[in-house]
Design a binder for this molecule. Structure first.
Ligand code: AMP
Length: 283
C-alpha cells in the first residue's frame, strides 16, 4: 500500500503529534524525489530503527546554483510513492512550496568551515540552501532521527553540524553509498548519461579504489592524485574538478592516510557532473 501524501504542515503535525504521544520514534528521510535504490536504502535503514518513517520530497530551489539544473530536475511523485510502498513508510511529505518558503521568507542557515572546500566553492549558495531547507524539515517533521547518504559526504557532515549547533534534537545517521555492479554510485544524474557516458562514468570507482589501496599501503597522496587525474582524463572524463584526501571527521586536507580518511572525486563525463567518495583505511 502506498503511504499517504501530505502537502501541508498542519496535516504533518497532526500525524507527528499523535505518533510522539504514543511514544513512537520518528525517522525522516529528506529527498528531492526521482527515487532510486540509494534513496530506498535510506528508507530501509529508517524503517529498521524507527517506529514511524516520513520520506520528504521537495525540489529545493535554494540549493540549485544553476536555474537550468532546477528546471530539468526530474519530478516523478507518483512513481516515487509506488517505489516506497514496500518500505513501511508512514507518510510522504511533499510540502507545498509556501510551507517551506512563505511570502517574505528571510532566514538563511549558513554553516561555516565545513563548507569552505570541495562542493562549497564550486557551488556557491548550495550548502546554505541545503542547511536552510533541512533545518526546516527537521523542525517541521519533529523527527528523532534523520537518514542521509554518504554519497553526499560533505552534506552529511554539514547537516550534522547544523543540527548540533542549533540544538535541534535529532540524530543524523549516515548510510553507505549504494552502487551499480560496476561501482558507479547511484544518482539521479546518471539518467542524463548516454550509454557511452555510462561506460566512462563506471570507471571512476575503480580508479578511486586503486588510489585507496595504495594510500592504505602507506603511499603519499600527492603523486597518486596526479596519476588518478591522468587516468580519469584518459578514460574519457572531460574535466576533473577536484581529487581530495580528507579527514573523515573534520574534512581537513591530509597528505596521507594517517587517520581515518575519505577520498573525494568530482569530475565531468558526457556533460554530467559526477561526485563520489570512498573510505580509506588508516595506515
Ligand atoms: P537527493 O534526492 O539527491 O537530494 O538525495 C537524497 C538523499 O539520498 C541524500 O541523503 C543523498 O546522500 C542520498 N543518496 C543519493 N544517492 C545515494 C546513493 N547512491 N546511495 C545512498 N544514498 C544516496
Amino acid at each position: 500500500m502506498t503511504a499517504p501524501i501530505l502537502r501541508s504542515l498542519a496535516e504533518l503535525r497532526t500525524k507527528t503529534t499523535e505518533w510522539h504521544r504514543a511514544g513512537d520514534v520518528i525517522g525522516v528521510v529528506p529527498t528531492m524525489g526521482a527515487l532510486h535504490e540509494g534513496h530506498l536504502s535510506l528508507a530501509q535503514a529508517a524503517n529498521d530503527s524507527c517506529d514511524r518513517v516520513i520520506v520528504t520530497i521537495f525540489v529545493n530551489p535554494k540549493q540549485f546554483n544553476n536555474p537550468e539544473d532546477l528546471a530539468n530536475y526530474p519530478r516523478t511523485e507518483h512513481e516515487d510513492a509506488q517505489k516506497l510502498a514496500p518500505y513501511g513508510v508512514d507518510a510522504i511529505y511533499v510540502p507545498d512550496p509556501q510551507e517551506i518558503y512563505p511570502d517574505g521568507f528571510s532566514t538563511t542557515v549558513s554553516v561555516t568551515g565545513l563548507t569552505d572546500m570541495m562542493e562549497g566553492p564550486f557551488r556557491p549558495g548550495h550548502f546554505e540552501g541545503v542547511a536552510t531547507v533541512v533545518a526546516k524539515l527537521f523542525l517541521q517533521t519533529q523527527a528523532d532521527r534523520a537518514y542521509f547518504g554518504e554519497k553526499d559526504y560533505q552534506q552529511l557532515l554539514v547537516v550534522r553540524r547544523m543540527a548540533r549547533d542549533l540544538d535541534i534534537p535529532i540524530k543524523v545517521v549516515g548510510c553507505p553509498t549504494v552502487r551499480e555492479p560496476s561501482g558507479l554510485a547511484m544518482s539521479s544524474r546518471n539518467l542524463l548519461l548516454s550509454p557511452e557516458g555510462v561506460k566512462v562514468a563506471s570507471r571512476m570507482n575503480e580508479i578511486m579504489r586503486r588510489v585507496a589501496e595504495k594510500l592504505a599501503a602507506g603511499k603519499d597522496f600527492e603523486g597518486l592524485a596526479q596519476d588518478a587525474k591522468s587516468a580519469l582524463l584518459d578514460t574519457g572524463f572531460t574535466e576533473v574538478e577536484y581529487i581530495d584526501l580528507r579527514c573523515a571527521e573534520t574534512l581537513e586536507s591530509l597528505p596521507n592516510a594517517s587517520k581515518p580518511a575519505r577520498l573525494f572525486v568530482t569530475a565531468w563525463a558526457d556533460g554530467v557532473r559526477l561526485i563520489d567518495n570512498i573510505p580509506v583505511d588508516p595506515v
